[in-house]
Write a protein that binds this ligand. Structure first.
Ligand code: LUZ
Ligand code: MOS
Length: 751
């Protein structure tokens, strides 16, 4: 029996939260949210809504039995607004009715009056007023002040990057089902089942062991469900427990776009100094992170920004300061790359400007400064098995940079209206949660008496293919065919205290836990086999192809007989295992340590064309040499790389969040917020995996793949800049993403 989701998606047989309807007495919730970005609630009357057709209950902050608090790292985020509202789209009340339509109709009958206060939307303005999420942090190495005088070139500037809507296909959703003896089962579209469990328990004032959270799969997440699936699950749970009926809450697309957080917009100031040959001597940067109205994951994201301040480059003197600024926008949150793309974009912008000033090709500057083996990163970790230069040089050779340059040059010389540009984008991304304690995972494996196997982990399948990798690990380790295995849903009662499936570590961490659990069962079974075969030692025995092998020879003892023999001998056929990434540590007092298990490397070559008359632009191709280690599943890794690339290009070139002066999201539909599609994606995407690149630091020598390819998309921005430069050789370039067609046309036509 095939079990990979891809065989069931096309038939509509995979179930998402909104497909789950078989709960007798199921009610539906809708959420009333703040219409303004900042204000005081002067009236909140729900009586009239309570008598609307089909309504079963209405919940405000006053109805919360436990703590009205969903904060993860910092306790600064109420589940339902209490007295004040801090962003447009902030939940204020939750109405539950027989149908979703009735619940939404009843929202209109709630009387909410808010006295508007002036909102702060800009992070620099917030910082100037002291509106910070946490004290600023600084990572430093060397001495930038001492280095400036010895620099032949010093440049400074400002760089801005915008937010990004996750646009997971499945919107935020949860069903809460009350059970006997005051228990709850919550089925949530979350990357973090234990996070939902913790917050539901906190909000309802009950112990975590009475709240079971289960996840089947997500229709995409990209970080948008790492923390922000939680409030919707908590609202469903609040209503379900009070009404003693199952409650489902599913956001409509527009609600989701308005109410949930996105990638953090950043505004940054840099200063870079280079010697006469183009080596970076010093780099100073200050990141103003727009955190939105609550901390959410902002401090962790800012930390990852600081870890990636130097991107793929060796910088002897560096000082990077991160400031997380509180504004009146929905709390910005995790998104593929988790603050690293923002950091890399600033440094690439600085290098691009330095190259122009020095009359060099940016690729030349990039190459001269690439990290090498044993270089010390600004936070004290030394890079090991560094593949930065290998990827860069292989990309240059494999994709023919020289020939491409000549082709682009000839094209530009022959075309007065259309110009092409090229850019290289090296990536070096640290793998491990930067919060060291999160780098742990658990697995539970059962072998049943018929030889079939059940595998549970803390990993959440969100379309990224983690399940296929975990199954492969289990099959390889036990020595049985994949058809014998079943990968279960992710459930807090089977695997507890899970970290979110995030930071590209889902397969690394959970796969290792599965490997450990399977190794334990395998050891026990080999002992049984030794007895059954009267073998002198287990060392000569092996399980492969559903059969016991002895000294490399197939025996008559098959998997099913072996399992039955083990059961009859009263041998434990279940195993629970826990994995914690070894060797990593970080000290926030000194901002030094070794937070990453390893790094993922790669380099992309991007080519773009701009029509200088119409202002339209195309990313023609993106080709990358990518370090996937020894890939566990090359097809899955290719899919991750290609998806990340297109998403990265979207962030850099198309997707623009616009807010009104009052702080309302204007781009809350797919007609006003442009995401990449088959026409805007590069006609050619080529991903070559680095050959002979095993990674002893992870599962079967593989490497994490989820986030790193996203950052190849940054190259699209600089390929466009190169084309703009060819169109207007003198004009100062814009260093603000996204570089949309509208901005390109404006730049071309304005003086
Ligand atoms: N989540 C998190 C992440 O909590 N810590 C991280 O370092 C991280 N990195 C990437 C994506 N999610
Ligand atoms: Mo569970 S959610 O009872 O495996």
């Amino acid at each position: 029996m095939k079990q990979n989701d891809v065989f069931f998606h096309p038939r509509g047989e995979t179930l998402y939260v909104d497909d789950l309807d078989a709960f007798p007495g199921l009610l539906h919730a809708a959420v009333l949210t703040s219409p303004v970005a900042h204000g005081r609630i002067v009236k909140l009357e729900v009586d009239r809504a309570g008598t609307a057709p089909g309504v079963a209950g209405i919940f405000t902050a006053a109805e919360i039995p436990g703590q009205n608090q969903v904060g993860g790292i910092i306790m600064d985020e109420p589940l339902l607004a209490d007295g004040e509202v801090h962003y447009a789209g902030q939940p204020v009340a939750c109405v539950v009715a027989d149908t979703p339509w009735q619940a939404r109709q009843a929202l209109a009958a709630v009387r909410l009056e808010v006295e508007a206060l002036p909102p702060v939307l800009d992070p620099r303005q917030a910082a100037a007023r002291g509106l910070l999420i946490a004290p600023p942090r600084t990572f430093a190495i060397g001495d930038v002040e001492a280095a400036w005088p010895s620099c032949a070139h010093v440049l400074e500037g400002r760089v801005d990057s915008g937010g990004q809507e996750h646009l997971y296909l499945e919107t935020q959703a949860a069903v809460a089902v009350p059970g006997e003896k005051d228990t709850l089962r919550v089925i949530s579209a979350t990357q973090s089942p234990s996070g939902v469990q913790r917050v539901v328990a906190r909000v309802l004032g009950m112990p975590m062991n009475r709240v079971a959270v289960e996840v089947f799969r997500l229709g995409g997440a990209f970080g948008g469900k790492e923390d922000q699936a939680t409030p919707w699950a908590a609202l469903a749970a609040l209503a379900a427990r009070a009404l003693r009926r199952p409650v489902k809450l599913v956001l409509e697309r527009r609600e989701d776009m308005r109410c949930t957080g996105k990638r953090h917009p950043y505004s940054s100031d840099f200063r870079i100094g280079l010697d006469g040959s183009g080596r970076i001597l010093a780099y100073e940067v200050t990141y103003f992170q727009n955190a939105g109205a609550a901390a959410d994951l902002s401090t962790a994201i800012l930390e990852r920004t600081l870890f990636h301040a130097g991107s793929s480059y060796r910088i002897p003197n560096l000082r990077a300061t991160g400031i997380s600024c509180r504004t009146n926008l929905p709390p910005f949150t995790a998104f593929r790359g988790f603050g690293a793309p923002q950091a890399m974009f600033v440094l690439e912008a600085a290098l691009f400007q330095a190259a122009e000033k020095m009359g060099l090709d940016p690729a030349e500057l990039q190459r001269r400064n690439l990290l090498a083996e044993d270089d010390e990163l600004p936070f004290g970790q030394r890079v090991k098995e560094c593949r930065a230069r290998r990827c860069f040089d292989e990309a240059v050779a494999a994709f023919g940079l020289e020939a491409a340059r000549e082709r682009v040059h000839a094209f530009n010389a022959a075309n007065p209206l259309c110009k092409k540009g090229l850019a290289l984008m090296p990536v070096c991304f640290g793998i491990s949660f930067t919060s060291t304690h999160l780098n742990q995972a658990g697995a539970l494996v059962h072998v049943y008496t018929d030889g079939s196997v059940s595998v549970s982990t803390g990993a959440v399948e969100m379309g990224q293919g983690v399940n296929s990798k975990i199954l492969l690990v289990a099959a390889r380790t036990l020595g049985v065919a994949g058809r014998r295995l079943r990968l279960e849903s992710t459930c807090t009662q089977r695997v507890a205290n899970t970290s979110p499936t995030a930071a590209s570590t889902g397969a690394d961490l959970n796969g290792k836990a599965v490997e450990l659990a399977c190794q334990e069962i395998r050891r026990r079974l080999l002992d049984v086999a030794a007895t059954a075969l009267s073998a002198d030692s287990v060392a000569a025995l092996d399980i492969r192809q559903d059969t016991v092998f002895s000294n490399g020879q197939k025996t008559d003892l098959g998997w099913e007989e072996l399992v039955r023999a083990a059961y009859m001998a009263r041998v434990n056929l279940s195993s629970q295992a826990h994995y914690a990434t070894p060797g990593i540590h970080f000290d926030r007092a000194t901002e030094k340590g070794e937070p990453f298990a390893y790094h993922v490397y790669g380099t992309a070559l991007v080519e773009a064309t701009i029509d200088g008359l119409r202002g339209t632009a195309a990313i023609d191709s993106l080709r990358a040499v990518h370090d996937a280690g020894s890939s566990l599943n090359p097809l899955v890794d290719r899919g991750q790389a290609e998806g990340g690339i297109v998403q990265g290009i979207g962030w850099m070139t198309l997707e623009e969040l616009l807010y009104s002066q009052e702080g309302r999201l204007l781009t809350d539909t797919l007609s006003t917020y442009k995401v990449p599609d088959i026409r805007t994606a590069p006609a050619e995407i080529e991903v070559r995996f680095l050959a002979a690149a095993p990674n002893p630091a992870a599962l079967f020598n593989s490497k994490a793949v989820g986030e790193p390819p996203f950052m190849y998309g940054i190259g699209a921005f600089f390929a466009l800049l190169a084309a703009l430069r060819a169109l207007r050789p003198e004009k100062p370039l814009p260093f603000a993403a996204p570089l949309t067609h509208e901005k390109i046309l404006t730049w071309l036509t304005e003086d």
